[in-house]
Design a protein around this ligand. Structure first.
Ligand code: DGP
Length: 148
């Protein structure tokens, strides 16, 4: 909650043109029934929030895979990275800007990883676009088990 207090103010100095969509009204934004992340974005299911603005929400992962493991989601329901289009992709640039800001605030000065799992092969388990911000430990590569 400490970081929620520090971070809830939207990024005011964002120069990216994608920031324009933050000024757009959020009423009527598409929320999918029975989507757990839509429910978290709507405040219907509790989560430990670390950042929020009109377009995105960041909260702690329920099953952390690193000392810092935050999920960053668009509030609008986009099922996966495979559903991104010229019309809705601006939020992804904003999510990466939020990731950079959170990495600084959460003390990930030695680096971090941003992960998006897409579809069955990508092992996506929640069908609402989200980016994992992971840090606080040395990562490995490649990100899949070695072939036998
Ligand atoms: P993925 O496998 O990329 O679809 O990641 C989904 C992540 O979402 C997974 O790391 C666990 C997390 N998660 C699932 N349900 C909840 C929830 O209700 N609350 C929170 N905070 N995280 C959740």
């Amino acid at each position: 909650m400490l970081y929620y207090t520090q971070s809830t103010a939207p990024i005011k100095n964002c120069r990216h043109k994608a920031y324009a969509f933050l000024a757009a009204p959020t009423e009527g934004m598409f929320h999918m029934e029975d989507c757990i992340f839509c429910k978290i974005a709507a405040g219907e299911i509790p989560a430990t929030k670390v950042y929020e603005d009109e377009a995105v929400l960041a909260f702690r992962d329920l099953d952390p895979q690193a000392p810092t493991h935050v999920l960053i989601i668009p509030k609008e329901h986009i099922a996966s990275a495979a559903e991104l289009t010229p019309e809705n992709s601006g939020v992804v640039a904003h999510i990466f800007e939020v990731a950079a800001r959170l990495a600084k605030e959460l003390g990930l000065e030695k680096g971090f990883r941003v992960v998006n799992n897409c579809g069955p092969d990508g092992m996506q388990s929640v069908q609402h676009l989200h980016f994992h911000l992971l840090g606080g430990r040395q990562m490995g590569w490649p990100p899949f088990p070695p072939q036998p």
